[in-house]
Write a protein that binds this ligand. Sequence first.
Ligand SMILES: [Fe+2]
Ligand SMILES: [Fe+2]
Length: 289
Amino acid sequence: MSEAYLQQLQQQVVKLEQRLAESFAQVIDLLGMLVSTAERFYEGSHCRFVSQKASEVARRMGCSEVEVFEIQVAGLLHDIGKIGYPEPLLQKFPSEMAVEERQLYEHHPELGWHILRKHSALQEVAELVLQHHERLDGTGFPRRLREGQIQLGAAIIAVVDAFHNALYRRRRDRRLMHATTSEPPEIAQQRYLAALHHLEEKAGTFYHPRVVRVFVELVEEERRQLGQKILLTVPVNQLQPGMVLAESYYTSYGLLVIAQGELVTAEMVPSLVRFAEMGEIPRKLVVWK
Ligand SMILES: [Fe+2]
Ligand SMILES: [Fe+2]
């Protein structure tokens, strides 16, 4: 076999690997969009928030690149088992659910596991999704696992998930979902502190204490950085990578386009421009720069 032929073959393999990796990333992305249809009652994008923060916590805790990636994907898809659940159930907090509703709700990690296991590359991700509602003291679900039986990735997702649930409560009044005005800063501040307090109070019983510590450091750091930015109204086509959305924007039928707190990336801009041209979001967005 000639040297040139070998090189050509290697280049083809590299191209094929790149195409496979791209296609895998696209599958994850479209699954993430499907999951977001089951979370329209949240303010902001729950699954994107959990994915982004959980992977950052994992990185700070010294997880390997592969583990960080798995946690990122599991964070995005952790509630995939809720797809198809009735809307009234999705709008309730677990404490407000009737016994049968609660049983169905507690089944979602297992349903998610069942779906994700179908893909050979998502076996680990499926395990993390299965365990994302387990608690250190054995009061979680579905398997009532205890400390030592729960994987670190699942413990990380559990902390970020609980924080976001406490911070951004599901909106019950659907009309409110279309409102783009921010709440007064002191109310947002109270909710933020209450969410942090919940984590710190339950560290060691529900949540992994070291994960709570790293997560609190992360969000406090981000809050300080945000405090140094200025608020601007920017035409969609002039959005720049690094800007942070100051409000959430939804389509006329209530699907989240982009959430408050999300970082603008170069790839996002063309689709935001299209949404604005279709009249689904305003032509100018409020951002921090
Ligand atoms: Fe969940
Ligand atoms: Fe969740």
